[in-house]
Write a protein that binds this ligand. Structure first.
Ligand code: ZN
Length: 483
């Protein structure tokens, strides 16, 4: 028995995490406990709902947390929820946690197929991603278009909304059993625990929305290509969730879970058994995976899912057949792809190259994890690394800083009106407002947006009319002269 538990601790990622079961049905209340854990130096790794957190809780925070009336005893082993789960996310998050504590799960991880293999090593096994899949915007027209819409995952620091949508079809072959549903969530929990534990300074928290959606479409064997095969089931699924039946519906869904879960970033993963152009691929803000996970199998969903999540946050592939080059730059910090297998002089194991729990130093910078001045704050969120964003604010509060910074050559553009305090991000409001209060704020914002859109439409109509009035006689006159 002792031997088995030792193996379990080795095999399961994040063995020092505990379940925190809160008596709460509103996230705004739960954020008080979340703040207490983080203030004590802990990390809330997963939020599956207001009542279920999975967290690294340091000893001094444990004592304080146990005194809170809404906190059930902290447990590191399998538990049952004290109260009814409030959502599919809470239910599955807990079942996934319990599965991850089992010997069966530990054995599957210890004996996973093709452990350590490079993603493109065997000819009969295809790499994740697939030909022609663009993960991260390049310097071309498509890249510029991608940048024109809001990037909801520029770097991996802070809280992230993770939408997991399991899309089922009408036949048994297209549906998930309860065991498979739990398996998907356990694999995601395993993978994101690993990723979220790599850089403590990044304080990564994954906050989930989980939905099973059944659509009534049959696979169409004449379809080929990523979008035709995906949109067949994705569009009706987005419709069922109340969003437009298009890729814009996917973006709107991600925006909605960022707001409702109160997170800084967001993305969505679709799991399905419908035929796909490739078994796994990603481009912001969504990734898509087939449950069978091709030659890698369901026991490797954790690593393939995490590899694809790397793409969502700006990491390039490093395996040779991806066509990578060491001089191309990626991620928020525009770091070179120095561990690309085609050219790296000191190639090291990395999840972006192989089926392994390892991360090379380039991938961590692609995620935004670099602390140039060594002050404990990562560059993307360090005001001293982002003068254009935060130094103006700093200078207004501390005027003496202004002359100091100007002497250093920073252009602060201080003449603009001080309007920074007028915009408070929605994710921040979510942490202090109840669900009902937040809904009122969101409705008010929509109202204002609609009024603004109306005003713009009116202006455009007026403008179009005046162009027609001026342009018509002139145009017909020109045509007349040519003839
Ligand atoms: Zn990839």
């Amino acid at each position: 028995m002792a031997k088995k538990s030792a193996k379990r601790m080795r095999a399961v990622v994040g063995g020092d995490l505990s379940v925190v079961n809160l008596q709460s049905d509103d996230l705004a209340n739960s954020y008080q406990a979340i703040n207490a854990i983080e203030a004590a130096g802990g990390q809330v790794m997963h939020i599956f709902g207001p009542g279920l957190l999975i967290a690294r809780v340091p000893a001094r925070a444990q004592a304080a947390l146990k005194k809170r009336s809404e906190v059930r005893p902290l447990r590191a082993d399998g538990i049952a929820l004290a109260s009814e789960p409030t959502s599919e996310a809470e239910q599955l998050g807990l079942e996934a946690w319990n599965l991850r504590q089992s010997d069966q799960f530990a054995d599957a991880k210890a004996e996973r197929p093709r452990d350590g293999e490079r993603w493109d090593l065997q000819e009969d096994s295809v790499s994740p991603d697939g030909a022609g899949m663009r993960h991260v915007g390049g310097e071309d027209v498509l890249g510029a278009l991608e940048r024109a819409v809001e990037d909801t995952s520029p770097y991996l620091i802070g809280s992230v909304a993770v939408g997991l949508i399991l899309v089922e079809g009408p036949s048994a072959a297209l549906q998930f059993s309860d065991v498979e549903r739990t398996k998907v969530v356990a694999e995601v929990q395993e993978g994101l625990t690993w990723l979220g534990s790599r850089e403590p300074a990044a304080s990564v928290t994954w906050s989930y929305d989980i939905q099973t959606v059944r659509v009534n479409v049959t696979p169409d064997p004449t379809l080929t290509g990523y979008e035709p095969l995906e949109s067949l089931w994705r569009n009706p699924a987005m419709g069922k969730l109340g969003f437009s039946q298009s890729f814009q519906g996917v973006r709107d869904y991600v925006a909605s879970i960022r707001t409702s879960l109160g997170t800084r970033w967001g993305y969505v993963a679709f799991f399905t058994k419908y035929p796909l152009h490739h078994f796994a691929y990603a481009s912001k803000p969504r990734l898509v995976m087939h449950y069978n996970n091709d030659g890698w199998g369901p026991d490797n969903i954790d690593r393939v899912f995490t590899h694809e999540t790397g793409h969502i946050f700006g990491c390039p592939d490093e395996y040779a057949s991806s066509g990578c080059s060491c001089s191309s730059r990626y991620g928020y910090l525009q770091e070179v792809n120095g561990n690309c297998e085609n050219c790296a002089t000191d190639f090291t194991p990395c999840l972006m190259a192989a089926n392994t729990w390892a991360m090379c130093r380039y991938t961590s910078v692609h995620l935004g994890w670099r602390d140039s001045d060594g002050d404990g704050t990562l560059d993307p969120v360090d005001p001293l690394e982002n003068p254009a964003i935060d130094l103006r604010r700093l200078s207004r509060r501390f005027p003496a800083v202004t002359s100091l910074l100007r002497a250093q050559g920073f252009d602060l553009a201080l003449d603009e009106p001080p309007n920074w305090y007028e915009s408070v991000p929605l994710f921040f409001l979510r942490r202090v407002l109840s669900t009902e209060e937040l809904a009122r704020v969101v409705a008010a914002i929509r109202d204002e947006d609609a009024q603004y859109a109306d005003a713009i439409a009116h202006k455009l109509e007026t403008l179009a009319r005046s162009i027609r009035e001026v342009g018509e006689p002139h145009a017909s006159g020109r045509v007349g002269r040519r003839r």
